[in-house]
Design a protein around this ligand. Structure first.
Ligand code: ADP
Ligand code: MG
Ligand code: MG
Length: 251
């Protein structure tokens, strides 16, 4: 489903190369974990997959279902089913979460050449998704993420994901602490998304998250390259020994 070949990418503004010859293959049905020390380029990789224009690809390619997506803008990628959690991390005062979800869903439909959803159909989908997450529908009247707890933000993120029904999901669980409740919300959400025609990439440096989401593959990113790939046992080894051994082996 996803094949990243010898990817090199730099920050558009100042030309600093962050991704330096990265190779990664993720098959449909797979849950892949990307781990690595702080500053190794994990978040940058997710932004590049989403198509953010702050980064320039200088070499290599990203193939999605066999076709390069490098020339596609973020909305075209979203229309093809690529979803980056925290694509909309910002708090949006004045816009109810419900309204935000409607815009997100309908702009995806528009990019696919589909009509906007009728309001009753939209509401019924939101209600179904929200109740599957034990989410109070009243919360959706509040502005997105404004004053949400860590757990509520995670629920809102998984809710977006459920509604958009992506094929390739990238979740960047950034350095900010996930408490155990938030961790479980993310894990349950990801596990519910597992399906033979969908791939999930979970970026984390918490081994703990991988106790709940058992990945099919684990890849260690360091200085903009995948320096080691393995199965779930690789994450356990990292937990025990840290990154130093693997970085040493790769060097
Ligand atoms: P990780 O998610 O693995 O912690 P990041 O992708 O956030 O790593 O960052 C990788 C490196 O790139 C860091 O040194 C970071 O400071 C730098 N970096 C990423 N994006 C930018 C940017 N837009 N401007 C300046 N530096 C950046
Ligand atoms: Mg970081
Ligand atoms: Mg990061």
């Amino acid at each position: 489903m996803l094949e990243i070949r010898n990817l090199h990418a730099r920050i558009a503004e100042d030309g600093t190369e962050i991704i330096r010859g990265l190779n990664l293959t993720v098959k449909a049905g797979e849950v892949a974990a990307i781990m690595g020390p702080n500053g190794s380029g994990k978040s940058t990789l997710s932004y590049i997959l989403a198509g953010r224009d702050d980064y320039e690809v200088t070499e290599g390619d990203i193939l999605y279902n066999g076709e390069s997506i490098l020339e596609l803008d973020p909305s075209e990628r979203a229309a093809k089913g690529i979803f980056l959690a925290f694509q909309y991390p910002m708090e949006i005062p004045g816009v109810a979460t419900m309204e935000f979800l409607k815009v997100a869903l309908n702009s995806q439909r528009k990019a696919r050449g589909e009509e906007p959803l009728k309001i009753p159909e939209f509401l019924s989908r939101v209600k179904t998704a929200a109740s599957s997450l034990d989410m109070d529908i009243g919360m959706l009247k509040r502005p997105l993420n404004v004053g949400f707890s860590g757990g509520e933000k995670k629920r809102a993120e998984i809710l977006q994901m459920k509604l958009l029904e992506p094929k390739l999901c990238v979740l960047d669980e950034t350095d900010s602490g996930l408490d155990i409740d938030a961790l479980k919300i993310v894990a349950d959400g990801v596990n519910a998304l597992r399906s033979p025609d969908r791939a999930v990439i979970v970026i984390t440096h918490y081994q703990r998250l991988l106790d709940y989401i058992v990945p099919d593959s684990v890849h260690v990113l360091y200085k903009g390259q995948v320096i080691k790939s393995g199965d779930k046992d690789l994450a356990l080894r990292l937990e025990e020994n840290g990154y130093a051994n693997i970085i040493g082996e790769a060097a």
